[in-house]
Ligand binder design. Structure first.
Ligand SMILES: Cc1cc2nc3c(=O)[nH]c(=O)nc-3n(C[C@H](O)[C@H](O)[C@H](O)COP(=O)(O)OP(=O)(O)OC[C@H]3O[C@@H](n4cnc5c(N)ncnc54)[C@H](O)[C@@H]3O)c2cc1C
Length: 408
């Protein structure tokens, strides 16, 4: 087990500086354009692929970093550059983690490379869980997967919503109900391979922020996938379902939604994205407060402004420490006895919303225009308290964990 550390080692510092250079030189200058276009920034993803940032190897290296700091460091730097573009770059990684966590070695080897494509022909992947009537309440999911034993195929029907890269992905990872009696315990994840008939993009959403990231509905109409596309395989699924049925029978009630708890280990990564956006806005505000003069002196000479900056920086640093602690716990298999993963996401995302709003205030009228990046950062920051579990759901998970109540 790696010691908990608050300092990056030399190798990590080198990677962080390299990521920061890419964020500053490639992502940040492109941010306003792709925000306005509201389109996937394919040339930037291609550039990230060329230098090795958009690749399975790079993510795997950061994901398995024993200190736990590889992923938070990566997220913070890329999202410091721009949240919409960064999500376009890391969105595939979120789908890939679903396969890494649940897939067999063969599935990992077959599908993850197809999620990324190659440097000449980059591809993206999508993770599709949310539905119109199943957002926070994952157990209400309706998308159904039925096994056709004669053909060894799964037939999937339903509508997914809010899928990052949904419909434009080469590979979709789709969560579906295989046993409706078991609530979230009756769900399974499937690979939908490229060009599978029956999968189509529904509405593409026009969003408040992270507009360079594609978000859309995904419609599954009699989508047939081979048995080999069930993540983890049929035998493992049957064993898992049998255990869940036995537990439900003993408990005497329908198994409730426990899926929320399983996000604990991945939530710090979203917290790190929020830290990146918050830090970016804080830096712009600090520089502006030092140089903007009113009443014959820089506005930072007013305590009302300086104290805001002091609070902003304090909260960003506190958020990063919570994120690093939870990331270290996750990689070292420490139990989240106080829902530390949710804590880190809750605090960092609320901090990003607050800090980006303060940055607008410090820039005055300029902060409110698209001539300066803080209004975009504020729009972007609003997503962190919503996706991967809203702030209310984080509080619910923390409170139930502390009180020993079941998470449902
Ligand atoms: C830009 C974007 C990208 C996304 N990307 C993906 C993706 O790639 N894949 C994917 O599967 N999903 C994705 N999502 C979906 C996201 O995870 C959901 O939006 C989120 O889980 C919230 O669900 P909902 O929108 O249905 O809100 P709801 O669950 O309807 O919640 C509405 C409000 O009610 C509150 N609420 C609900 N239940 C409770 C409760 N028990 N106690 C207190 N308050 C409660 C919520 O906190 C919220 O404020 C994305 C969403 C967005 C906006």
């Amino acid at each position: 087990m790696a010691e908990f550390t608050m300092e990056l080692n030399d190798e990590q510092k080198e990677v962080r500086d390299w990521l920061h250079g890419f964020a500053a030189d490639v992502i940040r200058p492109a941010a306003a354009e792709w925000d306005e276009r509201e389109e996937t920034p394919w040339p930037v993803i291609q550039e990230a692929a060329k230098v090795g940032i958009y690749s399975l190897d790079f993510y795997a290296q950061q994901y398995f970093d024993a200190t736990g700091l590889g992923i938070p460091m990566t997220m913070e730097e890329l999202f410091w550059g721009d949240a919409g573009i960064a999500l376009s770059i890391v969105g595939t990684g979120l789908a890939a983690v679903g396969v890494l966590a649940n897939g067999t070695e063969e599935q990992i080897g077959t599908w993850i490379p197809q999620m990324y494509g190659d440097t000449h022909d980059v591809k993206v992947a999508a993770f599709c869980s949310s539905e119109p009537d199943a957002g926070s309440d994952v157990a209400s999911m309706r998308t159904r997967a039925v096994y056709d034993e004669a053909k060894d195929e799964w037939v999937i029907n339903g509508t997914k919503t809010w899928a990052t890269n949904g419909g434009i992905a080469n590979v979709h990872v789709v969560v579906a109900v295989v046993d409706p009696e078991l609530g979230s315990k009756g769900h399974a994840s499937f690979i939908v391979p490229p060009n599978t008939p029956g999968l189509s993009q529904g509405q593409k959403f026009k969003k408040h922020g992270i507009r360079a990231s594609h978000t859309a509905e995904v419609v599954l109409d009699n989508v047939r996938v081979p048995g080999s596309c069930l993540l983890g395989g049929k035998e493992k699924l049957d064993e898992r379902l049998a255990r869940a049925r036995e537990k439900a029978r003993k408990g005497g009630e329908r198994v409730k939604n426990a899926a929320m708890a399983t996000f604990e280990a991945s939530r710090p990564a979203v917290g790190a994205m929020a830290v990146g956006t918050a830090r970016a806005a804080y830096e712009v505000a600090l520089e502006y407060a030092r140089t903007r003069e009113q009443f014959g002196r820089p506005i930072i000479d007013n305590q009302g402004v300086a104290f805001q900056l002091a609070d902003m920086r304090t909260q960003i640093d506190a958020a990063r420490l919570l994120v690093w602690r939870a990331s270290w716990m996750a990689i070292n298999g420490k139990p989240f006895t106080a829902a530390e993963g949710s804590m880190s996401k809750l605090f960092a995302s609320e901090t990003a919303k607050k800090v980006t709003a303060q940055a607008i205030q410090i820039l005055g009228g300029n902060g409110y225009t698209r001539e300066y990046p803080v209004e975009r950062m504020h729009r972007d920051a609003a997503i962190y308290t919503i996706f991967e579990g809203t702030s209310e759901i984080q509080r619910l998970v923390i409170a139930r964990t502390l009180s020993g109540m079941p998470i449902r």
